[in-house]
Design a protein around this ligand. Structure first.
Ligand SMILES: Cc1nc(NNC(=O)[C@H](CC2CCCC2)CN(O)CO)c(F)c(N2CCN3CCOC[C@@H]3C2)n1
Ligand code: NI
Length: 183
């Protein structure tokens, strides 16, 4: 089972390097890793398990955060309408995106960053993602709002980008024009 000791922290080279494309069909090991990443997210959102194993809650995680430089991400959360996003993806790519931007009004955090970093993280408001799922099937997702933010945070990890790299250092709470907040 994945616990916090398996998650590398700020300063670890895996977090700032680009991860390798994953061979499809997925190897047994890569499938198992995806399952373990999904289970970590579910555990981290279960009060009892999270307390017992001292897990920080997460709605997404990327393999580089485990020191595994592969293009593998897992997502597990319900959006505001109660739609469940629960999936493991390999080789995710943003193939198109809106000009409009959006950001979480509460800012972002990261399981690999043990400190609060203030400021808005401007991201694309709407994105289209192509990827391959755990059953080697092609996936095409059109996302907006909170789900779009979560997927972009995870895809950034695949490309060695941390959320604070996107915060305006001069004015962290600067609101870029053509951008809107997500509660
Ligand atoms: C927004 C949020 N970020 C949480 N943590 N941070 C993470 O997930 C990091 C990734 C997120 C940071 C901003 C966008 C993506 C992990 N990352 O570093 C991976 O790269 C949460 F835990 C959380 N929720 C809301 C839903 N709730 C359901 C019930 O259980 C508790 C859970 C808490 N919402
Ligand atoms: Ni993160």
């Amino acid at each position: 089972m994945i616990t916090m000791k398996d998650i590398v922290r700020e300063g670890h080279p895996s977090l700032t390097r680009s991860a390798a494309v994953v061979e499809v069909p997925l190897s047994k090991d890569d499938k198992q890793l995806l399952e373990d990443m999904m289970q970590f997210l579910k555990n981290s959102q279960d009060e009892e398990i999270a307390e017992k194993y001292e897990l920080r809650a997460g709605v997404g995680i990327a393999a580089p955060q485990l020191g595994i430089e592969k293009q593998i991400i897992a997502i597990h959360f319900e959006d505001i309408d109660g739609k469940l996003y629960s999936m493991g993806l390999v080789n995710p790519k943003i193939i198109s995106h809106s000009v409009e931007q959006s950001y979480l009004s509460s800012g972002e955090g990261c399981l690999s960053v043990d400190r609060p970093v203030e400021g808005y993280v401007p991201r694309h408001a709407r994105i289209t993602i192509k990827a391959t799922d755990i059953n080697d099937q092609p996936v095409k997702l059109r996302l907006k709002g909170y789900p779009a933010i979560v997927f972009q945070h995870e895809i950034d990890h695949i490309n060695g980008i941390m959320f604070f790299d996107r915060i305006n250092t001069e004015d962290p709470f600067n609101i870029p024009e053509n951008s809107s907040p997500i509660q």
